[in-house]
Unconditional design. Structure first.
Length: 265
């Protein structure tokens, strides 16, 4: 591998698993090969944290996550979502002073699901299969901090749970609903291989129609490597310090085995 991309899929509080993999990636000496990152939903936050390069800060943010950060009631009489994203927004704000340096660094993409139809109006949302809209891959480096923050919140805006958001004139919701593994934008940055960090087990992912398991990108020829958790990481909206630490530890241990196989066959 000459140039590596990383894709952080979505999965709510299960995203702590990806922080553990980051530690394994760093220990294996592979982190320096990463030239571009992309994410959907909470994976967008992890992609941004990775681009910041501060693994300790990322771990602190995740270990400080509380249930109320995800499920904080708002005035939902407007019909736009029951819970507030204020807790999530506060995590993003911790990167505000670093934003210029991050923006000048490696490309970071966030996937949002666009509901707007060509003929006007909004497309339907299939909650059963968690499908809606079309994917839009937004390069965060080009945005101001506030605009970037809005995109991250849109990428995690699960319909009816959180309010949808307007991004560049588009009505947007959780990126998971259109592309859970947004590797395609990384092709333009010279990546010859991409590691996709799933948050569903292989069996869970098989039931998802939006989760790629291709071995090559058919358009660019990029090699795609997939890391699936060996089992379920639990409910994606449940949070506790013990559960977060377990998910980080599992990501680290399984990441070490994955990288050993990748690098040494």
């Amino acid at each position: 591998m000459r140039s590596l991309g990383l894709v952080f899929s979505g999965g709510g509080s299960c995203g702590a698993y990806q922080i553990g993999f980051w530690k394994a990636l760093r220990e294996a000496g592979v982190e320096k090969l990463v030239s571009a990152v992309s994410g959907s939903s909470v994976g967008s936050l992890n992609a941004l944290l990775f681009a910041n390069g501060k693994a300790g800060l990322a771990a602190d943010i995740w270990k400080g996550l509380k249930q109320t950060d995800l499920l904080r009631l708002r005035n939902f009489l407007d019909g736009r979502g029951i819970f507030s994203q204020a807790g999530y927004a506060a995590f993003v704000d911790r990167l505000k002073e670093r934003w210029k340096d991050i923006a000048d660094g490696m490309p970071v993409y966030s996937c949002v699901s666009v509901l707007n139809r060509d003929g006007g109006g909004l497309g339907r949302i299939d909650l059963l299969h968690r499908e809606a809209g079309r994917p839009e891959y937004i390069l965060l480096n080009e945005l101001s901090f506030d605009a970037m923050k809005n995109v991250l919140l849109a990428s995690s805006a699960m319909p009816y749970i959180y309010p949808h958001r307007r991004v560049k004139g588009m009505t947007c919701i959780d990126g998971d609903f259109s592309d859970k593994t947004p590797y395609r934008p990384l092709a333009v940055h010279g990546c010859d291989a991409v590691i996709i960090l799933h948050l569903n087990s292989r069996e869970e992912a098989a039931r998802r129609r939006l989760e790629s398991d291709e071995r090559y990108d058919p358009e660019s020829g990029m090699k795609l490597y997939h890391l699936y958790p060996s089992g379920s990481l639990g409910n994606y909206i449940l949070v506790s310090r013990r559960l977060t630490q377990k998910r980080i530890r599992t990501g680290y241990e399984e990441g070490k085995h994955f990288l050993d196989r990748l690098l040494h066959g």
